[in-house]
Design a protein around this ligand. Structure first.
Ligand code: F6R
Length: 600
C-alpha cells in the first residue's frame, strides 16, 4: 500500500533517491504519487494520479535538491486524484503520511473553527494542518510532535519538512513502519528499508510514539516525552534481498520457481540435525487448543496447519480471518496459543487481532517473512519463513514457506505428544531434504499448465473443489486464479456442491479439483462425475495415477501429509499464472490489490 521515501544530503541531489525509492515500493500497490523538494528556497510539490513514471516525467529534468519527501498513495479517504495525492502542505508544514488518522473528522472541525480550510478529502491534509496549528502555537518542534501524538488516534508514519528548519527532516511514527537509513552525508527515510537498499543497508527502526530529527549527518531519535533514545543500528543482509526479476517475465513466475530453494531454506534449521533440531521449535504441548489468525493466503496456510494439528496430532486448532477475529467471541485462555501468520508482518487486520490477544495477556507466536516487521516485534516468539523478498502481489513462495514451517512445527508437536513416531519423522525430514527433486518436475511442466490455461482463460466462472486438506488447498488455488486473472473463481467443499452450487454448473464450466487423500478420493471423484454429467470440464490434480479419459489429469508425486500440500499447490499456482498471461493482465500488480495491506 502507501509508501514513503524522504532524503536529506549535504552533497548529493536527492531527487534520484526519492524516485528510485518510490519505484522500489511500487509493487506494494498504489494509485497516485508525489514529491516535495526544496527548489530556489521554496518547497516545490509535484503530484499525479497513476504511476511513478508519470510523476518522473512531470519533474523538471534539470532540478536538483538536497532535501525532499515522496510518497505513493493507495486511496482510502478520497479518490486517487493528484489533489488527494501526497505530499500535503499547510502553511509552513509539508508532509507525507502512511496510515489512517481515525479521528480526523473531529480534528478537521476543530481546525475549521480556527480558520483552516482544506483542498483535499484526505485525513493526511488534516494531519498536516494539525501539525501546522501546533507549530504556530508552540513555535517548537518537540512540543508540536508531542501534542500531535497526544491528539491523533489511528496510525501514522509521517515525514515532515518545516519551512523554517530546512536543514532537517522530521519523522514520527505510530503503528505504521518507518526506518531511517544512514549513508555518507546523506540520510534516507523509508517505509521499508528494501526501498533504499541501493543507497544503504544500515538503518534505525522507529518504534511507536518515537520521532526523529534528521540532518544530512546526524539522526536524533526521541521518545514522546522528548528523551533522546540510544537506538540499535541494524544492518540488512543484502544477499537475501535480490529484488531483480532475473530472466523471468514476471516476478510471480520467478518467485514460483524460487520455491526450489525457499522451502528447504525455511525448514532446514529445524531438520538439519534430525530430531534434535526439531526439538528447538517451541513446545506446544502445554496448550489445549491452538488458534491461528491471518488474512488471505496466510489464512489458507493456517488451514493446512489446522488439518495437520487435528488429523495428525489430535490437537484442536481453529483458524480465523484476522478481520473477523477481533469482533467475535474468541474464547482465549491461558491454555490457548494464538499463531499469527503474515508474509509482510504489516497487515493491519492481523496486527489489530494480535494487539487484542496481547492486551489480554495471552501467549502469541508469529510466522513471519519480513524480518523486523511490526508483527515480528509484537509477538512473544517469532519464527521466520525464509522466502526472501516477495514482490509479486500474489503470494506463492511465502505461502509454501509458511506451510512448510507450520508442518515442521506440527511435526515437532506430534513427536512431543507422541502422536507421531520417530520413524515417521525421519521419513518426513528426508522428504523435505529432497523437496527440490520432488517439485522440479512439477515446476517444469509448463505444457500441461498452458494447455489447461488455453481451455479456461476465456471463462468468467471457475469452480475449485476438494475434500479435507484438498478443500483447503483449493481455496488457495481459487484465490490465486481470481486475483491475477480476474476470472471469478470460488472453492467449495466437494460434498457441498449438490446443496446449492451445482445449479450454476453448465456446459463447459471448468471445475478444478485435487484428490490426494486415499480415504476421500472416491467421494471426490463421484462429485466430479456429478458435475461432469451436467456438462462441466474437469481438471484433476491427483497422486495415485488415477486414469479417466473424461478428465484432464495432472499427476503429482506421492508424499506424506506434511509435504503433499506443497506439491498440490504448485500446479494451482502455475495454472493461475499461465491463465493470467493469456488474459494479458498485470500479473505482478493486479488492479485494486496491494502487497501489504496496511489499512483495516
Ligand atoms: C494473496 C495475498 C494476500 C495476502 C494477505 C495477507 O496472494 O498475497 O491474500 O496473503 O493480504 O498478507 P500478509 O501475509 O502480508 O499478512
Amino acid at each position: 500500500m502507501c509508501g514513503i521515501v524522504g532524503a536529506i544530503s549535504k552533497n548529493r541531489n536527492i531527487l534520484p533517491i526519492l524516485i528510485t525509492g518510490l519505484k522500489n515500493l511500487e509493487y506494494r500497490g498504489y494509485d497516485s504519487a508525489g514529491v516535495a523538494y526544496l527548489k530556489n528556497n521554496k518547497i516545490n510539490i509535484v503530484k499525479t494520479s497513476g504511476k511513478v513514471s508519470k510523476l518522473e516525467n512531470k519533474l523538471n529534468k534539470s532540478d536538483e535538491s538536497n532535501i525532499g519527501i515522496a510518497h505513493t498513495r493507495w486511496a482510502t479517504h478520497g479518490k486517487a486524484t493528484s489533489v488527494n495525492a501526497h505530499p500535503h502542505r499547510v502553511n509552513h508544514i509539508t508532509i507525507v503520511h502512511n496510515g489512517i488518522i481515525e479521528n480526523f473528522k473531529e480534528i478537521k472541525e476543530m481546525l475549521e473553527n480556527n480558520n483552516y480550510s482544506f483542498k483535499s478529502s484526505t485525513d493526511t491534509e488534516v494531519g498536516c494542518a494539525l501539525l501546522n496549528y501546533y507549530y504556530e502555537k508552540f513555535k517548537d518542534v518537540d512540543k508540536t510532535i508531542k501534542a500531535f501524538m497526544d491528539k491523533v488516534m489511528g496510525s501514522y508514519a509521517i515525514t515532515m519538512i518545516i519551512d523554517s528548519d530546512l536543514d532537517n527532516l522530521y519523522v514520527l511514527k505510530k503503528e505504521s513502519p518507518l526506518v531511517i537509513g544512514i549513508s555518507d552525508n546523506t540520510n534516507i527515510v523509508a517505509s521499508d528499508i528494501r526501498a533504499i537498499l541501493k543507497y544503504t543497508n544500515k538503518y534505525y527502526i522507529l518504534d511507536d510514539f518515537e520521532y526523529a530529527k534528521i540532518s544530512s549527518n546526524e539522526v536524533i531519535i526521541k521518545s514522546i516525552k522528548g528523551e533522546i533514545l540510544n537506538k540499535e543500528l541494524h544492518t540488512l543482509d543484502l544477499k537475501d534481498n535480490d529484488n531483480s526479476k532475473g530472466h523471468y517475465k514476471h516476478y510471480m513466475l520467478k518467485e514460483i520457481m524460487e520455491q526450489k530453494t525457499t522451502i528447504l531454506k525455511t525448514v532446514l534449521p529445524f531438520i538439519e540435525e534430525g530430531i534434535d533440531s526439531l526439538m528447538t521449535l517451541p513446545d506446544l504441548t502445554k496448550y489445549k487448543e491452538i488458534f491461528i489468525v491471518g488474512c488471505g493466503t496466510a489464512y489458507h496456510a493456517g488451514l493446512v496447519a489446522k488439518y495437520l494439528f487435528e488429523e495428525v496430532t489430535n490437537t484442536r486448532c481453529s483458524v480465523y480471518l484476522a478481520s473477523e477475529y477481533r469482533y467475535q467471541n474468541n474464547f482465549l485462555s491461558k491454555d490457548t496459543l494464538t499463531i499469527f501468520i503474515s508474509q509482510s508482518g504489516e497487515t493491519a487486520d492481523t496486527i489489530a487481532a494480535l494487539k487484542l490477544v496481547k492486551s489480554k495477556g495471552y501467549p502469541t507466536l508469529g510466522i513471519i517473512n519480513v524480518e523486523n516487521s511490526t508483527i515480528s516485534y509484537l509477538v512473544d516468539t517469532c519464527l521466520y519463513t525464509k522466502a526472501g523478498s516477495e514482490i509479486a502481489v500474489a503470494s506463492t513462495k511465502a505461502y509454501t514457506a509458511q506451510v512448510a514451517l507450520l508442518s515442521i512445527l506440527v511435526h515437532s508437536h506430534g513427536l512431543r505428544n507422541k502422536t507421531i513416531s520417530r520413524d515417521n519423522t525421519i521419513e518426513v525430514i528426508d522428504e523435505f531434504k529432497s523437496i527440490e527433486k520432488l517439485i522440479t518436475p512439477l515446476l517444469n511442466d509448463k505444457d500441461t499448465y498452458l494447455s489447461i490455461a488455453k481451455n479456461i482463460y476465456k471463462e468468467e466462472d471457475i469452480f475449485y473443489i476438494g475434500r479435507g486438506l484438498d478443500y483447503y488447498l483449493s481455496m488457495e488455488g481459487a484465490l490465486k486464479l481470481k486475483e491475477i486473472s480476474y476470472i471469478h473463481s470460488e472453492s467449495y467443499a466437494a460434498g457441498e456442491l449438490k446443496h446449492g452450487t451445482i445449479s450454476l454448473i453448465k456446459k463447459n464450466t471448468p471445475v478444478i479439483a485435487s484428490a490426494t487423500n486415499s480415504n476421500l478420493n472416491a467421494k471426490t471423484i463421484s462429485n466430479l462425475k456429478e458435475v461432469l454429467a451436467r456438462g462441466a470440464d474437469i481438471y484433476l490434480i491427483c497422486d495415485d495415477n488415477y486414469k479417466d479419459d473424461t478428465f484432464t489429469i495432472v499427476n503429482i508425486p506421492r508424499a506424506s501429509e506434511f509435504v503433499k500440500p506443497i506439491l498440490v499447490i504448485i500446479p494451482y499456482q502455475l495454472i493461475a499464472y499461465y491463465t493470467a498471461t493469456l488474459r494479458g493482465t498485470d500479473i505482478d500488480k493486479p488492479k485494486n490489490l496491494a502487497k501489504s495491506v496496511t489499512v483495516e
